[in-house]
Design a protein around this ligand. Structure first.
Ligand SMILES: Nc1ncnc2c1ncn2[C@@H]1O[C@H](COP(=O)(O)OP(=O)(O)OP(=O)(O)O)[C@@H](O)[C@H]1O
Length: 254
Protein backbone atom coordinates (compact mmCIF):
# COMPACT_ATOMS: atom_id res chain seq x y z
CA UNK A 1 0.00 0.00 0.00
CA UNK A 2 1.36 3.43 -0.92
CA UNK A 3 -1.55 5.67 0.04
CA UNK A 4 -4.47 5.23 2.38
CA UNK A 5 -7.53 7.29 3.24
CA UNK A 6 -9.06 6.54 6.62
CA UNK A 7 -12.61 7.67 7.32
CA UNK A 8 -11.80 10.69 5.15
CA UNK A 9 -14.32 13.51 5.05
CA UNK A 10 -14.71 17.13 4.05
CA UNK A 11 -17.59 19.48 4.76
CA UNK A 12 -18.31 22.98 3.44
CA UNK A 13 -20.16 25.16 5.96
CA UNK A 14 -21.41 22.09 7.76
CA UNK A 15 -22.59 20.40 4.56
CA UNK A 16 -20.87 17.04 4.01
CA UNK A 17 -19.27 16.85 0.54
CA UNK A 18 -17.09 13.77 1.06
CA UNK A 19 -18.00 11.33 3.82
CA UNK A 20 -16.30 8.34 5.44
CA UNK A 21 -13.99 7.33 2.59
CA UNK A 22 -11.80 4.34 3.42
CA UNK A 23 -9.46 3.62 0.54
CA UNK A 24 -6.20 1.74 0.14
CA UNK A 25 -4.21 2.55 -3.02
CA UNK A 26 -1.82 -0.23 -3.98
CA UNK A 27 1.69 0.52 -5.19
CA UNK A 28 1.91 0.61 -9.00
CA UNK A 29 -1.79 0.36 -9.74
CA UNK A 30 -3.96 2.64 -11.86
CA UNK A 31 -7.11 3.31 -9.86
CA UNK A 32 -10.00 4.93 -11.72
CA UNK A 33 -12.52 7.09 -9.86
CA UNK A 34 -15.93 7.51 -11.47
CA UNK A 35 -19.18 9.07 -10.34
CA UNK A 36 -21.83 11.56 -11.43
CA UNK A 37 -21.28 15.34 -11.45
CA UNK A 38 -21.03 16.62 -7.90
CA UNK A 39 -20.43 13.18 -6.36
CA UNK A 40 -17.18 14.36 -4.72
CA UNK A 41 -14.46 13.04 -7.04
CA UNK A 42 -12.52 16.32 -7.31
CA UNK A 43 -12.88 16.98 -3.59
CA UNK A 44 -11.54 13.52 -2.80
CA UNK A 45 -8.62 14.06 -5.21
CA UNK A 46 -7.78 17.39 -3.52
CA UNK A 47 -7.84 15.68 -0.11
CA UNK A 48 -5.53 12.93 -1.42
CA UNK A 49 -3.23 15.60 -2.89
CA UNK A 50 -3.08 17.42 0.45
CA UNK A 51 -4.25 20.74 -1.02
CA UNK A 52 -7.49 20.50 0.96
CA UNK A 53 -7.41 19.64 4.66
CA UNK A 54 -9.82 16.93 5.84
CA UNK A 55 -12.55 17.91 8.28
CA UNK A 56 -12.50 14.30 9.46
CA UNK A 57 -10.17 11.35 9.08
CA UNK A 58 -6.75 11.38 7.45
CA UNK A 59 -4.60 10.55 4.43
CA UNK A 60 -1.47 8.45 4.90
CA UNK A 61 1.28 8.35 2.28
CA UNK A 62 3.82 5.57 2.78
CA UNK A 63 2.53 5.30 6.35
CA UNK A 64 3.02 9.00 7.14
CA UNK A 65 0.23 11.50 7.78
CA UNK A 66 0.05 13.78 4.72
CA UNK A 67 -1.08 16.72 6.89
CA UNK A 68 2.15 16.57 8.90
CA UNK A 69 4.41 16.22 5.86
CA UNK A 70 6.45 19.27 4.73
CA UNK A 71 5.16 20.58 1.37
CA UNK A 72 8.40 19.85 -0.45
CA UNK A 73 8.48 16.25 0.79
CA UNK A 74 4.83 15.78 -0.26
CA UNK A 75 5.55 17.32 -3.69
CA UNK A 76 8.36 14.83 -4.26
CA UNK A 77 5.88 12.02 -3.72
CA UNK A 78 2.64 13.34 -5.21
CA UNK A 79 1.89 15.26 -8.41
CA UNK A 80 -1.63 16.53 -8.99
CA UNK A 81 -3.19 17.47 -12.30
CA UNK A 82 -6.20 19.54 -11.31
CA UNK A 83 -9.40 19.66 -13.32
CA UNK A 84 -9.21 23.41 -13.87
CA UNK A 85 -5.49 24.12 -13.72
CA UNK A 86 -4.38 27.69 -14.19
CA UNK A 87 -0.92 28.93 -15.05
CA UNK A 88 0.50 32.44 -15.07
CA UNK A 89 -0.29 33.72 -18.52
CA UNK A 90 3.11 35.17 -19.50
CA UNK A 91 4.85 31.83 -19.08
CA UNK A 92 6.29 29.69 -21.90
CA UNK A 93 5.58 25.97 -22.24
CA UNK A 94 9.12 25.14 -21.14
CA UNK A 95 8.84 27.39 -18.06
CA UNK A 96 5.56 25.70 -17.13
CA UNK A 97 7.03 22.20 -17.35
CA UNK A 98 10.25 23.22 -15.58
CA UNK A 99 8.11 24.21 -12.58
CA UNK A 100 7.61 20.48 -12.04
CA UNK A 101 11.27 20.22 -10.96
CA UNK A 102 10.85 22.79 -8.13
CA UNK A 103 10.50 20.26 -5.27
CA UNK A 104 13.82 18.67 -6.26
CA UNK A 105 15.94 21.84 -6.43
CA UNK A 106 17.97 22.99 -3.44
CA UNK A 107 20.89 25.43 -3.03
CA UNK A 108 23.15 22.37 -2.93
CA UNK A 109 21.38 20.74 -5.87
CA UNK A 110 20.63 23.50 -8.40
CA UNK A 111 19.26 23.00 -11.90
CA UNK A 112 21.37 20.46 -13.84
CA UNK A 113 21.54 18.68 -17.19
CA UNK A 114 19.53 15.85 -15.58
CA UNK A 115 16.65 18.30 -14.96
CA UNK A 116 16.84 19.34 -18.65
CA UNK A 117 16.66 15.68 -19.64
CA UNK A 118 13.64 15.00 -17.39
CA UNK A 119 11.79 18.06 -18.75
CA UNK A 120 12.50 17.01 -22.35
CA UNK A 121 11.25 13.49 -21.60
CA UNK A 122 8.07 14.83 -19.94
CA UNK A 123 7.37 17.05 -22.98
CA UNK A 124 7.92 14.07 -25.29
CA UNK A 125 5.65 11.80 -23.19
CA UNK A 126 2.88 14.42 -23.34
CA UNK A 127 3.51 14.83 -27.11
CA UNK A 128 4.43 18.49 -26.63
CA UNK A 129 8.04 18.45 -27.88
CA UNK A 130 8.56 21.41 -30.21
CA UNK A 131 6.22 23.67 -28.22
CA UNK A 132 8.90 24.70 -25.68
CA UNK A 133 9.10 28.38 -26.70
CA UNK A 134 5.38 28.87 -27.25
CA UNK A 135 3.56 31.19 -24.89
CA UNK A 136 0.93 29.56 -22.71
CA UNK A 137 -1.68 32.04 -23.99
CA UNK A 138 -1.38 30.74 -27.56
CA UNK A 139 -2.14 27.10 -26.69
CA UNK A 140 -5.41 25.31 -27.35
CA UNK A 141 -7.35 23.72 -24.48
CA UNK A 142 -6.00 20.23 -25.24
CA UNK A 143 -2.42 21.51 -25.59
CA UNK A 144 -2.71 23.25 -22.20
CA UNK A 145 -3.94 20.02 -20.67
CA UNK A 146 -0.93 18.16 -22.12
CA UNK A 147 1.47 20.81 -20.77
CA UNK A 148 -0.06 20.38 -17.32
CA UNK A 149 0.44 16.64 -17.65
CA UNK A 150 4.07 17.22 -18.70
CA UNK A 151 4.56 19.43 -15.63
CA UNK A 152 3.19 16.66 -13.40
CA UNK A 153 5.42 14.06 -15.12
CA UNK A 154 8.49 16.31 -14.74
CA UNK A 155 7.86 16.23 -11.00
CA UNK A 156 8.82 12.51 -11.16
CA UNK A 157 6.33 11.63 -8.41
CA UNK A 158 5.60 8.21 -6.98
CA UNK A 159 1.88 8.98 -7.04
CA UNK A 160 0.11 10.74 -9.93
CA UNK A 161 -3.33 12.18 -9.14
CA UNK A 162 -5.12 13.10 -12.36
CA UNK A 163 -8.52 14.80 -12.29
CA UNK A 164 -10.14 14.23 -15.68
CA UNK A 165 -6.84 14.19 -17.59
CA UNK A 166 -8.57 13.42 -20.90
CA UNK A 167 -10.67 16.60 -20.70
CA UNK A 168 -10.25 18.65 -23.93
CA UNK A 169 -8.21 15.91 -25.61
CA UNK A 170 -8.88 14.41 -29.03
CA UNK A 171 -9.34 10.62 -29.10
CA UNK A 172 -5.77 9.90 -30.12
CA UNK A 173 -4.36 11.90 -27.23
CA UNK A 174 -6.94 10.48 -24.80
CA UNK A 175 -5.72 6.98 -25.62
CA UNK A 176 -2.05 7.88 -25.59
CA UNK A 177 -2.29 9.58 -22.21
CA UNK A 178 -4.16 6.69 -20.61
CA UNK A 179 -1.68 4.20 -22.11
CA UNK A 180 1.21 6.33 -20.91
CA UNK A 181 -0.18 6.53 -17.37
CA UNK A 182 -0.71 2.75 -17.31
CA UNK A 183 2.83 2.11 -18.55
CA UNK A 184 4.64 4.47 -16.15
CA UNK A 185 6.24 2.93 -13.05
CA UNK A 186 4.04 5.11 -10.81
CA UNK A 187 0.85 4.69 -8.84
CA UNK A 188 -2.03 6.63 -10.40
CA UNK A 189 -5.45 7.70 -9.23
CA UNK A 190 -7.46 9.00 -12.18
CA UNK A 191 -10.90 10.63 -12.06
CA UNK A 192 -12.69 9.79 -15.30
CA UNK A 193 -16.08 10.44 -16.83
CA UNK A 194 -15.73 7.88 -19.60
CA UNK A 195 -16.78 4.56 -18.10
CA UNK A 196 -15.32 2.70 -21.09
CA UNK A 197 -11.94 4.21 -20.24
CA UNK A 198 -12.45 3.25 -16.59
CA UNK A 199 -12.83 -0.40 -17.67
CA UNK A 200 -9.13 -0.43 -18.55
CA UNK A 201 -7.97 0.62 -15.06
CA UNK A 202 -6.60 -1.99 -12.62
CA UNK A 203 -9.36 -1.11 -10.14
CA UNK A 204 -12.27 1.31 -10.11
CA UNK A 205 -13.87 3.24 -7.27
CA UNK A 206 -17.39 4.61 -7.62
CA UNK A 207 -18.36 7.86 -5.86
CA UNK A 208 -21.99 8.68 -5.21
CA UNK A 209 -23.31 11.38 -2.92
CA UNK A 210 -19.85 11.99 -1.45
CA UNK A 211 -19.33 8.35 -0.52
CA UNK A 212 -17.17 5.66 -2.06
CA UNK A 213 -19.94 3.16 -2.75
CA UNK A 214 -17.91 0.47 -4.56
CA UNK A 215 -14.27 -0.42 -5.11
CA UNK A 216 -12.73 -3.34 -6.96
CA UNK A 217 -11.96 -4.88 -10.33
CA UNK A 218 -13.70 -2.95 -13.15
CA UNK A 219 -15.90 -5.87 -14.22
CA UNK A 220 -17.02 -6.51 -10.64
CA UNK A 221 -17.71 -2.85 -9.86
CA UNK A 222 -19.10 -1.50 -13.14
CA UNK A 223 -22.07 -3.85 -13.32
CA UNK A 224 -25.11 -2.90 -15.37
CA UNK A 225 -27.16 -2.55 -12.18
CA UNK A 226 -24.68 -0.27 -10.43
CA UNK A 227 -23.99 1.94 -13.45
CA UNK A 228 -27.70 2.24 -14.04
CA UNK A 229 -28.57 3.13 -10.43
CA UNK A 230 -25.60 5.45 -9.72
CA UNK A 231 -25.77 7.38 -13.00
CA UNK A 232 -29.54 7.22 -13.54
CA UNK A 233 -29.34 5.84 -17.08
CA UNK A 234 -30.27 2.66 -18.86
CA UNK A 235 -27.16 0.74 -19.87
CA UNK A 236 -26.40 -1.99 -22.34
CA UNK A 237 -23.15 -3.74 -23.08
CA UNK A 238 -21.90 -4.69 -26.49
CA UNK A 239 -18.83 -6.77 -27.23
CA UNK A 240 -16.11 -5.63 -29.60
CA UNK A 241 -15.82 -8.41 -32.19
CA UNK A 242 -12.13 -7.51 -32.65
CA UNK A 243 -10.90 -8.29 -29.15
CA UNK A 244 -13.96 -9.31 -27.12
CA UNK A 245 -13.77 -6.17 -24.95
CA UNK A 246 -16.95 -4.93 -23.23
CA UNK A 247 -18.28 -1.55 -24.31
CA UNK A 248 -20.99 0.38 -22.49
CA UNK A 249 -23.80 2.09 -24.34
CA UNK A 250 -26.05 4.50 -22.47
CA UNK A 251 -29.70 5.38 -22.96
CA UNK A 252 -32.06 7.75 -21.13
CA UNK A 253 -33.65 6.07 -18.10
CA UNK A 254 -37.17 6.41 -19.51
N1 LIG B 1 -15.96 25.00 -1.51
C1 LIG B 1 -17.17 24.47 -1.67
N2 LIG B 1 -18.26 25.01 -1.05
C2 LIG B 1 -19.47 24.47 -1.21
N3 LIG B 1 -19.73 23.39 -1.95
C3 LIG B 1 -18.70 22.81 -2.58
C4 LIG B 1 -17.38 23.31 -2.48
N4 LIG B 1 -16.56 22.53 -3.23
C5 LIG B 1 -17.35 21.58 -3.78
N5 LIG B 1 -18.63 21.77 -3.40
C6 LIG B 1 -19.78 20.93 -3.81
O1 LIG B 1 -19.45 19.60 -3.47
C7 LIG B 1 -19.99 18.70 -4.44
C8 LIG B 1 -18.89 17.81 -4.95
O2 LIG B 1 -18.03 18.56 -5.81
P1 LIG B 1 -16.84 17.90 -6.60
O3 LIG B 1 -16.21 18.96 -7.44
O4 LIG B 1 -15.96 17.17 -5.64
O5 LIG B 1 -17.62 16.84 -7.49
P2 LIG B 1 -17.14 15.98 -8.75
O6 LIG B 1 -17.60 14.59 -8.52
O7 LIG B 1 -15.71 16.20 -9.01
O8 LIG B 1 -18.02 16.65 -9.90
P3 LIG B 1 -17.78 16.84 -11.50
O9 LIG B 1 -17.96 15.47 -12.10
O10 LIG B 1 -18.89 17.76 -11.89
O11 LIG B 1 -16.41 17.41 -11.71
C9 LIG B 1 -20.67 19.57 -5.50
O12 LIG B 1 -22.06 19.61 -5.24
C10 LIG B 1 -20.04 20.93 -5.30
O13 LIG B 1 -20.93 21.96 -5.67
Amino acid sequence: MIMEARNLGWSARGKPIVTGVDLVVNEGETLGLVGPNGSGKSTLMKLLAGIRQPTSGSVLVKGQALEAMPRRAAARLIAFLEQHSETTEAITVKDAVQLGRTPWLTPLQPWSAEDDRIVAQALADADMSGFERRSWTTLSGGERQRVHLARALAQRPQILLLDEPTNHLDVQHQLSILNLVASLPVTSVVALHDLNQALSCDRVGVMSGGRLVALGAPDDVLTLERVSSVFGVRVSIITDPGDGARIFRFHPAS
